[in-house]
Design a protein around this ligand. Structure first.
Ligand code: SF4
Length: 364
């Protein structure tokens, strides 16, 4: 039980997902205990370093410029602002800062250099640093690694089939390519998805096939429950039930035994009992802070109370992997190459995305 496999099939994963709940929970908890300390949960703080105005059309995202949402767009934060926030996060028990920028892909230049400086700064605070900046080239991944990046997040979002129903401005293969570029460095991979976007169970298991057959498997897999934001194409989606979340977490744990399974967006809707069951089912990471990029998240003090209640301890940094060295900009071995890769633009029509775009024009 709980052996590392990279050949999971959709049917096998579907069979696991569909087991009687008590059996599924028992199996997942057993795998969890074999590979992790069940009383330790890693805590990350997500920081939106550049908010809104994104050119992509992700159907779940309030940061896409083409939809009308109540998001206030912001330019790239300064290194000092990021440092102040990281120190606050550290003081409240976070071991990792994850910086998100609403970009389609990284472009070489002053802004990326500023992000590299943020990475160096947080690394020096003895915290794990993660970035989520969109598609990146191998050279950009190397430069991030050299600055001391610990993890790069790039979600697959859903199965390859359902991805096409949510996003039309880039292809699934671009996601895989970015993950491959990160894998050429010593940066760890964080990649997961969202449930509750109207997908079938087969899409959830299809996404788990795509993630679990990566070799090595991602070190971190966030499982998000859609937070349906007004103005986005998915605004009318019904929230997923806690039972679906528990099943998804448990199945992820079983097929990716070493991975840190991350309970991500949608936690505000979950009771403590529901979250406790997710931890029992193998979730061992959360995002802290009152905001998850732009959507609400439980207050960190409430989370710490929950930890106390459940006897959970926040994981110390660099437990799973050594702290990466950070090279100063002046000593860098890598130059900006100014590459302009041709990331795909399928541009097929997604009716609900088009409708949300049209509606936005009448509101703006
Ligand atoms: S999910 Fe990321 S890439 Fe997609 S619209 Fe939002 S910010 Fe842009």
């Amino acid at each position: 039980m709980g052996e590392m496999r990279h050949n999971w099939t959709k049917q096998e994963i579907l069979d696991i997902y569909s087991k009687p709940l008590m059996e599924l929970l028992y199996e997942a908890a057993t795998v969890h205990r074999l590979h992790h300390d069940p009383n330790t949960v890693q805590v990350s703080t997500l920081l939106s370093i550049k908010t809104g105005g994104c050119p992509e059309d992700c159907g779940y995202c309030p940061q896409a410029a083409r939809y009308h949402t109540n998001i206030e767009s912001n330019d790239l934060m300064s290194v000092q602002q990021v440092k102040a926030q990281a120190l606050r996060a550290k003081a409240s028990g976070s071991s990792r800062v994850c910086m998100g920028a609403a970009w389609r892909n990284v472009k070489d230049g002053q802004e990326f250099d500023q992000v590299l400086e943020m990475v160096r700064t947080i690394n020096k605070l003895d915290m794990e640093v993660c970035c989520t900046l969109g598609m990146i080239t191998e050279n950009q991944a190397q430069r991030l690694a050299e600055a001391g990046l610990y993890a790069y997040n790039h979600n697959l979002d859903s199965s390859e089939e359902y991805y096409k129903e949510v996003i039309s401005t880039r292809g699934f293969e671009d996601r895989l390519q970015t993950i491959e570029n990160v894998r050429k460095t010593n940066v760890t991979v964080c990649s997961g998805g969202i449930i509750g976007m109207g997908e079938k169970i087969e899409d959830r298991t299809g996404m788990l096939v795509a993630l679990s057959t990566l070799n090595p498997q991602p070190e971190s897999v966030p499982i998000n429950a859609l937070v349906a934001v007004e103005g986005t194409p998915l605004e009318a989606q019904e929230p997923v039930s806690i039972w679906e979340m528990i099943r998804m977490v448990a199945t992820t744990r079983i097929v990716m035994p070493e991975t840190q399974v991350r309970l991500s967006a949608g936690r505000t809707e979950m009771s403590r009992e529901g979250q406790a069951m997710c931890f029992f089912a193998g979730a061992n990471s959360i995002f802290a802070g009152d905001k998850l990029l732009t959507t609400p998240n439980p207050d960190v003090k409430e989370d710490m109370k929950m930890f106390e209640l459940l006897g959970l301890n926040p994981q110390k940094p660099f437990i799973k992997k050594m702290k990466p060295q950070s090279v100063e900009a002046a000593d860098s071995r890598y130059q900006a190459l100014g590459e302009k890769p041709k990331w795909s633009r399928p541009e097929h029509t997604i009716d609900r995305n088009e409708a949300a775009k049209k509606k936005s024009k009448t509101v703006k």
